[in-house]
Design a protein around this ligand. Structure first.
Ligand SMILES: NC(=O)c1ccc[n+]([C@@H]2O[C@H](COP(=O)([O-])OP(=O)(O)OC[C@H]3O[C@@H](n4cnc5c(N)ncnc54)[C@H](O)[C@@H]3O)[C@@H](O)[C@H]2O)c1
Length: 330
C-alpha cells in the first residue's frame, strides 16, 4: 500500500483525503495544515496523524505520495513550495490545479519532477469520467473521421476579483479537456470582457489552433452559476460530431451518414453520483499508476500537461494585452 500524506486541509484537501481512503492502492497516514485546528479536525475525522509543518511530516512518515491541496493567490501560489519539498524528499506528488499561478514556478516544478524522476500528477479531474473516456475512444478509433474543430465552454460563478483569476484558476480544466481530445495547442488569440464593477476579466473568448491543424474555441466565464450546466465540449470531424455535456452527464454522437443518434447518459445506478466522483476517479488512477510503477512520463494529467495548459493561459493573457496572436513552443 502506498502511504499518503495530504497538505492543505480545507474543503479540497479533505475531499482528496477521502479519495485516498477509498483507493485500493493507498493508505492515508497523515494530514498537514499550517492552521493547527484544520489539521487536528481532519486528523480526528480520518483517524490519522496531524502535522502543522510539511517538513516534519516529510521527515517522519515514510510517505510514498504527497498530495498538495493548498491554494493561495489565484488558487495556485501555495503549490510550489510543498511540491518542490516533496519531490526533493523523494516522494511522488499529486497537486491541485492550477499547477501554479506563476508560470516560472510551474516550469520549475515540472523540471524538478523530471530531474528527481518521481511521478507528478495534477488534479485535472474533469476528463476522468466514463463518458470522456468513451469520447476519447471515438476520436482514436476514427469515428469522427479527420477531426476539424472543437468548441469548449466552461462557466461558473466566482466573485473573487484578482485581474486574471478567472483564466488562471478555472481554465486549466477546460484547456486540459481540449488538449485531451485534440493535442498540443500552438496558436492562441483572446478577447476578454469584465462585467460591470469587476476587476477580474471574468469572461473570455479564446481562439486556438492545434499543432495538428485542428481549430478550437473556448468560452469561459466566472459570471454564471453552477446551478445550470457548467461545461460543454463539442468535437467535430469529417464523419461525425459529439457533444459532451456538463462534464459527465450526457454524451451524444451524430454520424454524418446516419439518421440515428448515439446517446450515453450518466446512470443513476452505477454512474457518477456527483462532481466529487471525478476527484475520486482521478486520484484512484494516479494511485494505480504509481502502484504499477508507471514511467513518470506516462502519468495521465501530469504536471507537464498542467504546465502546457498554463502556458496557453499565459498566451491568452498576452494576446489580450498586446492584441496579437501568440505562438507557443510545441
Ligand atoms: N479540481 C477541482 O475541481 C477543484 C475545485 C475547487 C478547488 N480546487 C483547488 O483546490 C485547491 C485548494 O482549494 P481550497 O478551497 O481547499 O483552498 P483553501 O485556500 O481554502 O485551503 C488551503 C489550505 O492549505 C493550507 N496551507 C497553505 N500552505 C500550506 C503549507 N505550506 N503547509 C500546510 N498547509 C498549507 C492553508 O492553511 C489552508 O487551510 C486550490 O488550488 C483550488 O484551485 C480544485
Amino acid at each position: 500500500m502506498l502511504k499518503v500524506g495530504v497538505i492543505g486541509m480545507r474543503g479540497i484537501g479533505n475531499q482528496h483525503a477521502d479519495c485516498y481512503v477509498s483507493s485500493e492502492h493507498a493508505e492515508l497516514v497523515a494530514v498537514c495544515d499550517l492552521v493547527q485546528e484544520r489539521a487536528d479536525d481532519a486528523a480526528a475525522r480520518l483517524g490519522v496523524k496531524p502535522y502543522y509543518d510539511m517538513h516534519d511530516m516529510l521527515d517522519s512518515e515514510g510517505l510514498d505520495i504527497v498530495d498538495v491541496s493548498t491554494g493561495g493567490v489565484e488558487n495556485g501560489s501555495d503549490h510550489y513550495a510543498p511540491t518542490i519539498a516533496a519531490l526533493d524528499a523523494g516522494r511522488h506528488v499529486l497537486c491541485e490545479k492550477p499547477i501554479s499561478n506563476d508560470i516560472g514556478e510551474a516550469r520549475e516544478m515540472v523540471a524538478r519532477a523530471r530531474e528527481t524522476g518521481f511521478c507528478f500528477g495534477v488534479n485535472l479531474n474533469h476528463r476522468f469520467c466514463p463518458p470522456a473516456f468513451k469520447a476519447k475512444d471515438w476520436v482514436e478509433e476514427g469515428r469522427l473521421g479527420e477531426v476539424n474543430f472543437i468548441n469548449m465552454a466552461l462557466w461558473i460563478g466566482n466573485p473573487k476579483d484578482d485581474e486574471f483569476f478567472h483564466l488562471r484558476a478555472l481554465h486549466p480544466h477546460s484547456i486540459d479537456v481540449m488538449r485531451y481530445f485534440c493535442g498540443s495547442i500552438e496558436y492562441v488569440q483572446a478577447f476578454l470582457k469584465r462585467s460591470e464593477g469587476r476587476t477580474c476579466w471574468s469572461n473570455a473568448s479564446i481562439n486556438m489552433k492545434f499543432a495538428n491543424g485542428i481549430i478550437g474555441h473556448l468560452t469561459g466565464s466566472y459570471d454564471m452559476t453552477t446551478r445550470h450546466p457548467m461545461e460543454r465540449c463539442e468535437v467535430a470531424g469529417t464523419k461525425g460530431r459529439f457533444v459532451l455535456d456538463n462534464v459527465y452527464e450526457d454524451l451524444t454522437l451524430w454520424l454524418h451518414d446516419s439518421d440515428e443518434v448515439t446517446s450515453v447518459h450518466n446512470s443513476i445506478f452505477g454512474g457518477l453520483a456527483g462532481f466529487g466522483d471525478t476527484f475520486r476517479m482521478r486520484i484512484h488512477r494516479f494511485c494505480e499508476q504509481v502502484a504499477e510503477g508507471a514511467d513518470p512520463e506516462a502519468i495521465e494529467a501530469s504536471g507537464a500537461d498542467a504546465l502546457q495548459a498554463q502556458e496557453v493561459i499565459e498566451a491568452a493573457i498576452k494576446s489580450h494585452q498586446i492584441g496579437e496572436v501568440i505562438k507557443l513552443e510545441v
